[in-house]
Ligand binder design. Structure first.
Ligand code: C2E
Ligand code: CA
Ligand code: CA
Length: 760
């Protein structure tokens, strides 16, 4: 094969390669692709032109080939500089925005003067020579060609400069992609220079240009910097919190990250064989375990997650494997802490309610012993919190938890809600003596000292499978109706207690309906004078309950005093009393009715206003409605009460002091109290009936008489008592001796018979 054919094949191949590269580049979505494809396409022109030059034996065709190769070359350097500008953009952002106008101008000048060549013949002349027996036209350069070459080389030098700057400025990893292209371009430039100087008929620099085109295509479109990836990955792995060990396919350690050394307590750079030995000693059973596995290990007080992964190449041969060891201790501790928190009260560290319940449930079911459930309540805790501050409240709770920890040896305990604690204790370990400490439970903090009163409800566990919360509810029930009390109180739950409480709940719920439907009404008990003549009555509440039957007041009065319903009850009875009085206006105009007032009424309503308006409503003489208030009620907050009584008396009502003798008021106080009637109850004085109480009653009556206070004795049951009291100058009498309390109509009948009898 001749030289011409040889080069023709090579050039054609390169031209086709450029076209393929340009097509591939079009497919790529990289922004640089446009420039790369232009470069490849423009390269096709000089390469193809050179094919024409070396194959043609026609002068005109050779001319065309030479001109096409020059113009093509200018286009190549022009697209090269555009490409380079973008390719090296990362190096200098600013430059990339600037268009190389100066170069455009130069290139335009070059192309124009080349195009004028056929006219002025200043570019080349052709010289016919023989090359291996073939006719060949060699170009003889004119001034135009020199201009062309200067311009092209100038542009090329600019390109070299841009690459050189990029190589200097960029990081080591990226230098490769600039250096290779620069080298290829340099090679192309130099071979062309050699061609120009030697005037060898075939321009062999075309090969270097073609190769440069392919390299540029490769580096700008295909190439991904693997070393970059390598370096990046190894940085990532080095910086990882986990430890990483890399083994080759014979299980030899070949790499370890920083933490991998730290984990084994070895200095960085220790020989791999030593690292491996230490690793296998510390974490046994790592090799010979199959390719991929992970497991958790506890070593000492630390938790690790080990994960081994093998790496295989495409043909499924083992390339090696890596072992990742994660120190999971911190997370483990957090999880444990979370679990602990979910079971414990944060303030006292005791079990919280849910967890205590579930522990007790399991204990009861698994144990043969008998148990008590204790519900411990710190009294007035809210008040203490409000008065001394939440911090002091916390101190009390902590103190209580300390007591539990120290004293409940065989049992479970925890904090329920707020100021309540729960205990489950075997009966054999319990005695009330255990709770003696609470009799004098004093909590001190700085200069604060406070005696805490504690109520403890105890439930005897009979059915161990029962819901634990119900057991605690019952233990709690045992202490719920204890009134304010500053002593430690221990109370056992029993069925009666439960029934009472249930009944109370029912009564409270039924109360509203009961008033409206007339189930609650007054009974009247006669009050007589010295002659046994009935002068008035006391109205006493009764409840005819559809389910519980006929209820005396002790079944509901104290309950209603606790829950505040007493006020509604009293108002109802007062109204009934007024109704009765109003009915008596004609028949029994002289009779009075005494009504009871609970001390709670004063808190909730305007007692005077209420009573006054009732009297006005029924148009009654206020003196016919007597107001009874117990001695104890009068004595508490007496100043305020005295004011009210004075107002009542001013309004014309008579005020009676009920149950005199049940409280502790001294007789001396009597003179200051604005009362009209003193009600003495026999039951408070009849402890030792005869002498002593006789003397006391006599003195009270005397004193009352002296102070112009009417004396009334209630609870008079016998003729003897009546006679005695008469001899003591008591004015009024009430008791079973005369009559028990009775319904209004019965009383009216009783009164008729009574009047008849006294008339006879
Ligand atoms: P109290 O006001 O001291 O009423 C007198 C109580 O003694 C009445 O009991 C009456 O039935 C009873 N009694 C009367 N004579 C005798 C007797 O000779 N021997 C004995 N052993 N007892 C006698 P009752 O009706 O059960 O009332 C009990 C308490 O309930 C009353 O004591 C009063 O404190 C309260 N109460 C009754 N009704 C009302 C009311 O409408 N409002 C308020 N706030 N309390 C009421
Ligand atoms: Ca009374
Ligand atoms: Ca009384």
């Amino acid at each position: 094969m001749g030289i011409q054919q040889k080069y023709c094949i090579i050039f054609s191949f390169l031209a086709v390669m450029q076209i393929i590269c340009a097509i591939q580049t079009r497919k790529s979505e990289k922004p640089i692709g446009k420039y790369t494809s232009w470069l490849n396409l423009t390269l096709v022109i000089p390469i193809a032109a050179n094919v024409i030059i070396i194959t043609s034996s026609n002068k005109v065709l050779s001319y065309i080939g030479y001109y096409a190769s020059y113009i093509g070359m200018t286009l190549v350097v022009l697209s090269l500089i555009l490409f380079t500008n973008v390719y090296c953009k990362g190096v200098d952002e600013d430059r990339s925005h600037k268009q190389p106008y100066f170069i455009y101008v130069l290139a335009t000048i070059d192309i124009v003067q080349l195009l004028l060549g056929p006219l002025f013949h200043h570019v080349i002349k052709l010289e016919k020579i023989k090359l291996e027996d073939n006719v060949f036209y060699l170009d003889v350069p004119g001034a135009g060609l020199t201009i062309h070459r200067i311009i092209d080389y100038f542009i090329l030098v600019c390109v070299f400069l841009i690459y050189t700057v990029a190589i200097i400025k960029t990081s080591r990893l990226y230098r490769e992609k600039y250096t290779v292209i620069l080298a290829a371009l340099l090679l192309a430039g130099i071979t062309q220079l050699i061609f120009i100087i030697t005037r060898y008929p075939v321009d062999r620099s075309v090969i270097a240009h073609g190769v440069s085109g392919i390299l540029i295509f490769y580096f700008s479109i295909i190439y991904r910097p693997l070393r970059l990836l390598d370096t990046m990955l190894s940085h990532v792995v080095s910086d990882m919190n986990d430890t990483v060990y890399v083994f080759d396919n014979s299980n030899k350690l070949v790499w370890a990250n920083d933490n991998a050394y730290k984990l084994l307590d070895l200095p960085h750079g220790t020989r791999f064989s030593k690292v491996q030995k230490q690793l296998f000693e510390q974490f046994s059973n790592i090799t010979n375990r199959g390719d991929n596995w992970s497991e958790n290990r506890i070593i000492g007080d630390r938790y690790y997650i080990l994960e081994k992964k093998s790496v295989k190449s495409d043909n499924l041969n083992l390339d090696g494997c890596f072992l990742v060891i994660k120190d999971d201790t911190k997370r483990h501790q957090e999880v444990e802490k979370e679990i602990f928190n979910s079971k414990h009260d944060s303030l006292t560290g005791l079990y919280n309610m849910q967890y205590l319940y579930s522990r007790i449930h399991n204990l009861l079911l698994s144990s043969e012993k008998d148990y008590y459930i204790l519900f411990i309540n710190i009294k007035n805790f809210k008040l203490i919190n409000d008065t001394f501050g939440k911090h002091f409240g916390d101190i009390i709770l902590i103190r209580m938890s300390k007591w539990l920890k120290e004293n409940i040896k065989n049992g479970l305990y925890g904090r329920l809600i707020g100021d309540t604690f729960g205990v489950c204790i075997p009966k054999e370990d319990f005695s009330e003596e255990l709770l003696q400490d609470f009799d004098n439970f004093i909590v001190t903090f700085r200069d604060l000292e406070h005696k805490i009163s504690i109520h403890i409800g105890i439930y005897d566990v009979k059915d161990k499978s029962r819901d634990v919360s119900i057991m605690f509810d019952r233990a709690n029930l045992a202490i719920t109706d204890i009134e304010e009390n500053y002593k430690t109180i221990i109370r056992y739950y029993n069925e009666e207690l439960k029934n009472n409480i249930l009944e109370e709940q029912r009564l409270s719920a039924n109360f509203g309906d009961a008033v409206n439907s007339g189930q609650i009404f007054p009974y009247l008990q006669p009050i007589a004078d010295k002659n046994g003549k009935v002068v008035g009555v006391e109205a006493l509440a009764r409840w005819d309950h559809p389910e519980f039957g006929f209820l005396p007041p002790d079944r509901f009065i104290s309950l209603f005093e606790k829950n505040g319903m007493i006020t509604d009850l009293d108002r109802h009875i007062w109204k009934c009393a007024c109704e009765v009085l109003s009915g008596w206006k004609d028949t029994h105009p002289d009779l009075f009715i005494s009504v009871n007032i609970s001390p709670k009424d004063f808190y909730f309503i305007d007692v005077i206003g209420e009573i006054k308006s009732l009297v006005a409503e029924y148009d009654l003489d206020p003196a016919k409605l007597r107001i009874e208030i117990t001695e104890t009620a009068m004595m508490s907050d007496s100043e305020q009460r005295i004011k009210i009584f004075n107002q009542l008396r001013t309004a014309g009502f008579l005020v009676e002091m009920d149950d005199f003798g049940s409280g502790y008021s001294s007789l001396n106080l009597l003179k200051d109290l604005p009362v009209d009637v003193l009600k003495l109850d026999m039951k408070f004085l009849s402890d030792d009936t005869n002498l002593k109480s006789g003397i006391i009653i006599k003195n009270i009556i005397n004193l009352a008489n002296e102070l112009n206070i009417i004396s009334l004795t209630e609870g008079v049951e016998t003729r003897e008592q009546f006679d005695l009291l008469v001899s003591m100058n008591c004015s009024l009498f009430q008791g079973y001796y005369f009559a028990k309390p009775m319904p209004v109509d019965s009383f009216e009948e009783f009164l008729n018979n009574h009047e008849k009898a006294s008339a006879e």
